[in-house]
Unconditional design. Structure first.
Length: 283
């Protein structure tokens, strides 16, 4: 489904022209926003999207606001494969001043990423709690809010030691299957900067109990977590929970995420036609 107007350009939390808008207590949280945007490309554009990832710093130049803005590739099989999916990419924006998100959307990098895509899904989040670093940096400004009574998002990021890369990737298929089989997981995807030595996972959960059942009980994920800790698989790791402030995009391919909204489990849900006219609202 072709994306229409840029869903991130809407700020009132009500109607967008791209599938779904879910908005929460936006005004109170806007000082800590982080945005994860996922893009899917047609086959003919896949090679140029891959090249763009490698040259993203040159394309961006010095026009982006301060903070971490990073284009990363997704793996195949929901992002949990060592083989890349050359049609799907993630753009993460964690700015020092989140009110500057409009500058990201107006940048050459964002235009080159967004314009050729045939599917977009954007999560505007507020970092609630977490620990760890990404490239040695504490990239998120946590609010301290306790999340989990309703839907929330989780991000993990791991950097694997070369001697344990095979052990790590051998464990991933069972973890992926566990995510697919867990009723409370509404959305999940994996992505990273390096196809062998890094993996970030992003997931949306119905509630805290669902996430804890997957992560800490007798599951493949818990066995992998203990092995990684006891056998020192990782040189760096990060775990963060986010309050969901807004979701925009085409959810036709994500029925579990759509059902959360349809069930009224997210606040202030407004539905709009996914194929509405109008494409570019970034200027």
């Amino acid at each position: 489904m072709t994306p229409t107007t840029d869903p991130l350009s809407s700020t009132d939390g009500r109607e967008t022209t791209d599938g779904l808008s879910v908005s929460s207590t936006q005004a109170a949280r806007s000082g800590r926003q982080v945005v994860f945007s996922f893009f899917r490309y047609p086959r003919r554009h896949a090679p140029s999207a891959f090249i763009l990832m490698g040259f993203q710093h040159w394309v961006a130049g010095n026009r982006l606001p301060a903070g971490m803005v990073r284009l990363m590739g997704c793996g195949g099989r929901d992002g949990f494969s060592i083989v890349p999916d050359f049609h799907r990419y993630c753009l993460m924006s964690a700015l020092d001043d989140p009110t500057q998100q409009a500058r990201v959307r107006q940048s050459r990098l964002y235009r080159w990423v967004a314009d050729p895509s045939v599917e977009q899904l954007h999560f505007t989040l507020v970092p609630a709690t977490g620990h760890g670093t990404w490239d040695g940096q504490a990239v998120f400004d946590y609010s301290g809010e306790r999340v989990g009574k309703g839907p929330f998002a989780v991000l993990t990021h791991a950097r694997v030691t070369r001697p344990h890369a095979k052990d790590f990737w051998r464990s991933v298929p069972d973890v992926r299957q566990g995510l697919r089989d867990t009723p409370g997981c509404a959305y999940h995807i994996g992505f990273g900067e390096h196809p062998f030595l890094t993996l970030a996972t992003f997931s949306v959960w119905q509630d805290l109990a669902s996430m804890q059942a997957f992560a800490y009980r007798k599951t493949a994920h818990n066995r992998t977590r203990k092995s990684a800790r006891d056998e020192h698989w990782l040189t760096e790791s990060l775990f963060a929970r986010f309050a969901i402030e807004r979701i925009d995009g085409d959810l036709s391919e994500y029925p579990k995420l759509r059902r959360l909204a349809d069930a009224g489990l997210m606040q202030n849900v407004t539905m709009a036609p996914a194929d509405a006219a109008g494409r570019d609202a970034r200027t």
